[in-house]
Structure formats: structure tokens, C-alpha cells
Write a new protein. Sequence first.
Length: 184
Amino acid sequence: MPTHAHTHLIVSFNFYRSSPAYQYESCESRDKFYRHVSKGGWPFSTSAHGWPISDCTGEGLKGVLALMDSPLVMNAIKKGIIKGIQPSRLYDAVNVILTLQNEDGGWATYENNRGFGWYEQLNPSEVFGDIMIDYSYVECSMASMTALADFHEKFPHHRTTEITFALRRGAQFMKSIQREDGSW
């Protein structure tokens, strides 16, 4: 019998599944509203958020891959205590990461850079600068690259050329923005 805490988690999960935001995650809605592919991605918080974030997807993928190395988890899967993840779900995560890589080789947060620097002149915010387009960031790029590298180690035959090319471009991006003192 579930404890009160477990009941709360089940109710919370069902609440987010049935939230108004969840209905907009269909392929048709994404196409209609020019949303990026989200199948396989991890958002900031819950399914109600719905926007996959590059570094959250990278960190989520790395977490799943690490659990696949855990003897405790693998033993529980073999005994039927828990269900293993289907590789197709990991492939979907890799697809999200690959498609979020910007032309400069880096990764932004939740969408590709689709604009121009002059858009910043239209920024209505007096507090936040450089928010009109999604730029490539160090933390998003590194989380995406390390996830791709970890994935490629476990699944060396899945999209090998694309992953290798993405990693090469990502490394060039990271070097291009590194400061003279070695920091980012």
C-alpha cells in the first residue's frame, strides 16, 4: 500500500499529465506553433513545462546511461523488479540534442538561434540583456557534448557520423569562446 508521500507523488504526476500545457505537446501543435521537437527531451521541471532544455536533456541522458552501469539497477531489471528503458527512448534524447546544436557549434537552452543580434534592440526588458534570441552557452554545450560522448560509448553504431561531427563542432565552439586565462 502506498504511503502518503507516494500517493502525493502519484497525484502530482497525474496532475501534470492532465495539465492544460500537456495537450500542446502533440506533433501537430508543435508544427502549428513552430515549436522544436520535444520527444525524448527533458524539460526544466515537469511535463507541464514541456520545453526540452539542451543541458537538462544532456544531464538526464547521462543519468540514465550511468544507471545502466549500476549493478543494483541491472540486477533489479533482470529480476523483473523494475523495467529497463528502451534504447529508442535514448535515441530520441540524442535526436533532441543533435537538433539543438546551433550553427556556431554550441548549444543554446531550448531552441536554436533563429535570429540576429539586432533583435536585442527590440528587448522590452530593462533588467535582462541578450534575451531576444537563444545564444550558445558553455554549460548547455558541455552537458550536450558529454551526453553525446557517453551515449556514443554505449551505442557506437547509432548515428555515428552525426555524433562525431557534432562533437567536433562543439569542441571548436568551446575553444573559440575560451578566455586567455583558460576559463569560460
